[in-house]
Design a protein around this ligand. Structure first.
Ligand code: ATP
Ligand code: MG
Length: 565
């Protein structure tokens, strides 16, 4: 789908997704005087995940397409679960993704206004203080099929409500003993309208307002009013808020203030992935992963640390598109965009994961040649570099077979193979230790084949990667695989059973070429024939390189695991 870049009139509406179509209609009717303003409203109670990227991309993209404004607003109304580090982390995530907000707002900046409006609703007889315990309140609420019952405190006088609410605010009552509720309809078919709570008592320090408040607004009371204060035109959110829209509208109508339009879209679900901060925090706390930025996490920080390019995430999200019904995206689609982008952008280098020593017996001792290697065959401007060749090399152990099967064209006794950008070599001897383990190969090289081609044109089918042993650098390589083997981990009662027991394998003694000594944290390379690897942005040091597997060169998962994990 190509994304419209400048949508001003309704002629293009046909081609738009349903939200852009709604925005275009509002522009045409003058509902918001042609203005478009969106916001992404995360709670700072964790780091952002790929599901949030979908919401951000919609908010950001619509503001862009209509020449509007995109803001970030922290829904920081739940101090016990929120922290400044999450605020900072989410701001950094947006920046890295390339979705920079025009302004950063905080719902907590509106606490005074929200309080004033709550008092106004009490004056209007539309809000009351309830003393029911949480259990009693649940019991009075009714069910989907049965109406609720009025609280015995529902008909308190305005004066009594004003007094009690003031004392709630003054800190006279312990947590959980009273709430302020909207007086709507306990028999409503929509449970959200059965006198929803507006304020609860929480004697908790807030990361921004300190101990100024001991009553905090509920999501539904804070959200629409915050949108209204900021002048949001289209309040876009995921489908589970659809049933909250009547309440969103009710509050704004009672207050007779500026009234944005809420529109809901489908949440993002991805195979082999769980997307919910509640679950992600458990993965961290229970030690199933090492941190929020563990490269196996679907968080922005995790994917970034794994080496996933921001552009691949944006492409994936755009391809998933905007729809009204929930569906599940295939993780293989994200993998496709990661490979597509890295194929174009990642410099090629040599890395040997399971080193096997090769001695080139007819190559002069002490001699070193610097051979030209292409940095990126997909990008001429990336140029070339020089890599050292010498008498002792490393190759990957699985590029040798002592008794080669018919279609094995790599190194084997008596068999000639091409060292990429190097020479043609032939294996003459296999050296084993007392246990029969192969510890070294002896080979001869053909001095006429520099660069990898024989002047007599003889055919050599196999090409392998290699390193000069004396020049190679040690590296720890962390081989990551999907965290969940199960295609739909959410369908398991216990997500532990859905885990992939082999999601991390650490290779402590891999070897990489010397040009990587100065590789920047976060930089991604293609280890030729092996996959894409990223310099770990936390643990890697020039004298102790650490690489994370971003993704293999092709999709091996389906083949190995079979459909459905
Ligand atoms: P989580 O359950 O992961 O904590 P949340 O909705 O509680 O998600 P918020 O921080 O409140 O987390 O989310 C901010 C916005 O991101 C919300 O408007 C929500 O609609 C949107 N969002 C969250 N998860 C997804 C998802 N998987 N797909 C699309 N939008 C999402
Ligand atoms: Mg939430």
């Amino acid at each position: 789908m190509d994304s419209p870049t400048d949508i001003k009139n309704e002629e293009t509406v046909e081609a738009l997704d349903f939200i852009r179509a709604a925005v275009a209609e509002d522009n045409a009717s003058g509902r918001f005087k042609g203005r478009v303003q969106t916001r992404f409203p995360p709670e700072p109670n964790g780091y952002l995940h790929i599901g949030h990227i979908k919401a951000i991309a919609i908010d950001y993209g619509i503001a862009q397409d209509f020449g509007g404004v995109f803001n970030l607003r922290f829904d920081d109304t739940n101090p016990e679960k929120e922290e400044q580090k999450y605020v900072d982390g989410q701001i950094a995530d947006l920046k890295w993704l390339g979705y920079e907000p025009a302004n950063i707002y905080y719902a907590s900046d509106y606490f005074d206004q929200l309080h004033e409006w709550a008092v106004k609703l009490i004056w209007q007889g539309k809000a009351y203080v309830d003393d029911l315990s949480p259990e009693e309140m649940r019991e009075h609420r009714g069910t989907l099929t049965e109406p609720g019952r009025n609280s015995p405190y529902r008909d308190r006088s305005v004066q009594e409500n004003l007094d009690l609410f003031a004392r709630m605010k003054a800190g006279e009552f312990p947590d959980g003993t009273r709430v302020l509720r909207a007086k709507i309809d306990m028999a409503s078919g929509n449970i959200n309208l059965r006198d929803p709570a507006m304020y609860r008592i929480r004697h908790a320090q807030h990361q921004r307002t300190g101990d100024k408040w001991c009553i905090y607004p509920m999501y539904d009371w804070a959200h629409g009013q915050s949108d209204s204060i900021e002048g949001v035109t289209h309040s876009l959110c995921s489908l589970e808020y659809e049933d909250h829209r009547p309440l969103y509208d009710w509050f704004l109508e009672q207050l007779e203030v500026y009234h944005p339009r809420q529109i809901e879209f489908a949440r993002l679900f991805i195979t082999h992935t769980l997307l919910s901060k509640r679950v992600l925090i458990r993965l961290v706390n229970e030690g199933i992963v090492n941190s929020w930025d563990d490269p196996r996490m679907p968080t922005v920080v995790g994917m970034r640390r794994r080496g996933v390019p921001a552009g691949a995430l944006r492409d994936f999200i755009e391809r998933v598109g905007v729809s009204k019904t929930n569906s599940v995206a295939d993780i293989a689609l994200l993998d496709f965009y990661i490979r597509q982008e890295l194929n174009l952008s990642a410099p090629r280098v040599m890395g040997v994961l399971d080193p096997l020593r090769v001695v080139v017996t007819n190559y002069p001792e002490g001699q070193v040649e610097w051979l030209e290697a292409v940095n990126n065959p997909e990008d001429e401007t990336a140029g070339t570099r020089l890599i050292p060749f010498s008498r002792e090399l490393y190759i990957d152990r699985d590029d040798f077979q002592e008794v080669p099967h018919k279609k094995f064209f790599r190194l084997a006794p008596g068999q000639e193979v091409r060292l990429r950008y190097g020479y043609l070599i032939t294996c003459t001897d296999v050296v084993k230790d007392a246990n029969g383990e192969i510890v070294e190969l002896h080979c001869t090289y053909d001095p006429e084949t520099k660069g990898g081609y024989a002047p007599d044109g003889r055919r050599v089918k196999g090409t392998i990667h290699w390193l000069s042993a004396a020049h190679a650098l040690n590296a720890e390589v962390r081989m990551y695989d999907r965290l969940f083997a199960a295609e739909d981990p959410a369908s398991y009662d216990d997500f532990q059973e859905a885990l992939n027991p082999n999601s991390l394998e650490i290779i402590p003694h891999a070897k990489v070429e010397p040009s990587l000594a100065e590789a920047a944290p976060g930089a991604v390379f293609q280890f030729e024939r092996k996959g894409y690897f990223c310099v770990d942005n936390k643990d890697s040091r020039p004298d102790g390189l650490v690489f994370n597997l971003t993704i293999g060169l092709r999709d091996s998962w389906a083949k190995i695991q079979g459909k459905g994990g």
